[in-house]
Design a protein around this ligand. Structure first.
Ligand SMILES: Nc1nc2c(ncn2[C@@H]2O[C@H](COP(=O)(O)OP(=O)(O)OP(=O)(O)O)[C@@H](O)[C@H]2O)c(=O)[nH]1
Ligand SMILES: [Mg+2]
Length: 321
């Protein structure tokens, strides 16, 4: 293992410098290394941590097909008109839902392909130590340290982990469709909890105002916070409502800064990341342990009932590397 304060290798330093100066190929390479995980990702993380913290991160989540990418593309358009630079991370949770999503997302975001002020990256995080939960904050931090002032993270809000990731953004936008109020959607409570802004997209369809009302009622039932999440409407395909969404994101950002919430959210986030890293690292060691020859011998004794599972676990844990 490398010492913790290992100096940055020349390769990594010059790669980061190139990425920082705007070279897209270098940036793509940095992101690939982050995605792949392991020691190079770790080195990038260590090298960029101190320089991160300036970017505002925006999470966009919602059910598959809710129109997240379409709406996001329109919002990016608005932000660009106002001179903002943005990086967009489309997270592929490697779930069955996302089979065709990334290609679709690329098509939808292709309006911005040749714009120097926009960086779009699809991330598949399968295989990473700790998977989705660890690769994403690292990717965000690296983009942050490389000078991207806005980082938009889009992922499908179907599972706990996906909502956790986006919920860990500074501002979380939950995209729903007309009818959401009365639909039985997985993780509805989870989405209610993390939303800083609600958007009822596909507002060209019937039931929009009823859905807004339903969300209002659900919000009124929950404990009031300092920030009252606005409920907006949009039509992603025409861009209607995109400017209002960008304004709401800006307003939430201002609120976070003035209330001190930004700092507390970020502290909590690093904390849970540390937790996650510990868990993932220990889980990996446990996996190693249960594959070791001693485990096979213990299993054999368990089967003969000459040893109980707790005693077996204790013996193994004594050996934990
Ligand atoms: N009628 C209508 N269709 C929309 C609207 N916004 C998006 N769509 C369509 O809905 C479909 C899904 O849009 P996406 O932007 O790919 O949705 P998504 O939430 O990113 O989908 P996943 O990434 O697969 O979860 C596309 O066919 C869009 O054209 C809208 O406001 N109204
Ligand atoms: Mg999408």
């Amino acid at each position: 293992m490398k010492p913790r304060d290992a100096p940055l290798s020349d390769d990594t330093a010059s790669l980061l410098e190139a990425a920082r100066s705007g070279q897209r190929r270098a940036l793509a390479r940095v992101m690939s290394l982050v995605e792949r995980g392991g020691p190079p990702a770790r080195e990038l993380g260590a090298a960029t941590f101190a320089r991160s913290g300036a970017a505002h991160t925006v999470g966009i989540t919602g059910a598959p097909g809710a129109g997240k990418s379409t709406l996001n593309s329109a919002v990016v358009g608005v932000a660009r008109e106002r001179g903002e630079r943005l990086a967009v991370l489309a997270i592929d949770p490697s779930s069955p839902f996302s089979g065709g999503a990334i290609l679709g997302d690329r098509v939808r975001m292709s309006d911005h392909t040749f714009d120097e002020g926009v960086y779009i990256r699809s991330m598949a995080t399968r295989g990473h130590l700790g998977g989705l939960t660890l690769a994403t904050p690292l990717a965000v931090r690296v983009l942050d340290a490389l000078g991207w002032p806005w980082i938009v993270i889009e992922t499908v809000g179907v599972g706990q982990i996906e909502t956790e990731i986006v919920g860990a953004a500074d501002t979380t936008v939950v995209v729903v469709n007309p009818g959401w109020g009365d639909s039985v959607q997985a993780n509805k409570a989870g989405l209610m909890e993390i939303a800083d802004i609600f958007v009822v997209n596909k507002a060209d369809r019937p039931g929009t105002s009823e859905t807004c009302r339903d969300i209002r009622q659900m919000l009124d039932l929950s404990a009031p916070g300092e920030w009252d999440p606005p409920i907006l409407t949009s039509v992603g395909t025409t861009g209607e409502g995109a400017a209002e969404l960008w304004d709401a994101i800006g307003a939430h950002r201002d609120h976070c800064i003035s209330s001190g919430e930004l700092e507390s959210r970020r502290a909590a986030r690093v904390d849970s990341e540390l937790d996650e890293i510990l868990r993932a690292t220990i889980a990996a060691r446990v996996a190693e342990l249960t594959d070791a020859p001693i485990a096979a011998r213990l299993r054999e004794r368990l089967a003969r009932r000459v040893l109980d599972p707790y005693a077996a676990a204790e013996i193994l844990l004594d050996d934990l590397p």
